[in-house]
Design a protein around this ligand. Structure first.
Ligand SMILES: Nc1nc2c(ncn2[C@@H]2O[C@H](COP(=O)(O)OP(=O)(O)OP(=O)(O)O)[C@@H](O)[C@H]2O)c(=O)[nH]1
Ligand SMILES: [Zn+2]
Length: 211
């Protein structure tokens, strides 16, 4: 590894894991093994890891993955904990929150939008905090169903809401350029908690998605 690559890697790993020397030593060793595996993968795929465009790719890949998974360093529920005492009896929904996550089966991205709504119980949270919380769960190795449920559980548990509903609509890259190759397919998942299980409330929530 070139000197400047080593220092870039060191800086990234300290940001993620702190500066405990034993831990950093371990993470540097694992990263070097991974970067060698990326070089091997390039060869297995039939290309030359030493050619100009590919020689820095192992480092690019590891940096990209640290970014895709920054949610592991977040405590998503914490974002919701700052609440305001406001009486509001009906649905509050934040719609079209962009989601970019990583399919845990293929390490291929899946992305789309989340719509997150709740009926509070005397406490509301900041709207941006709902998006921050969703981001914290998305930036991990995920399946869409777990992501949907983690978001719903966080809203339910922290806000003690009367009801919660989450809808995610996403495209999975593992279904596009490989495998079944259905690049127009969109996966929709829904999670409901509390009074949002009630048919009338679900319909009201879904009608808000039509605008
Ligand atoms: N339920 C669910 N499945 C997912 C998600 N992301 C990817 N998958 C699926 O995970 C499955 C993994 O299936 P496997 O048979 O183990 O892997 P595979 O041989 O690569 O499957 P194909 O994609 O069908 O080629 C595939 O059907 C993917 O479509 C997700 O978020 N939720
Ligand atoms: Zn996949």
């Amino acid at each position: 590894m070139a000197m400047n690559e080593s220092s870039i890697l060191y800086d990234e790993l300290v940001k993620v894991h702190g500066d405990d020397p034993v831990k950093i030593e371990e993470k540097i060793a694992q990263s070097k093994n991974f970067m060698q595996a990326v070089r091997d993968l390039i060869e297995v795929c039939g290309d030359d890891p030493n050619r100009n465009g590919l020689e820095e790719t192992p480092l690019r890949v590891i940096r990209a993955f640290l970014e895709y998974t920054e949610g592991y360093r977040d405590d998503p529920k914490k974002h919701l904990e700052k609440v305001f005492d406001v009486d509001h009896e009906d649905i509050i929904m934040v719609k079209d929150i962009e989601i970019f996550s990583m399919c845990e089966h293929h390490f291929a991205p899946f992305f789309g939008v989340a719509h997150i709504g709740y009926i509070p119980n005397g406490k509301i949270t900041g709207l941006s905090k709902i998006a921050r919380m969703a981001e914290g769960y998305a930036k991990r190795f995920q399946v869409q169903e777990r992501l949907t449920n983690q978001i719903a559980n966080a809203m339910d548990e922290v806000l003690q809401a009367q009801g919660v509903m989450v809808v995610i609509e996403a495209k999975h890259m593992c279904m596009c350029g490989r495998g079944v190759r259905k690049s127009d397919a969109v996966t929709k998942t829904i999670a409901t908690r509390g009074v949002m299980k009630n048919e009338e409330k679900r319909m009201e929530f879904l009608s808000l998605l039509k605008d």
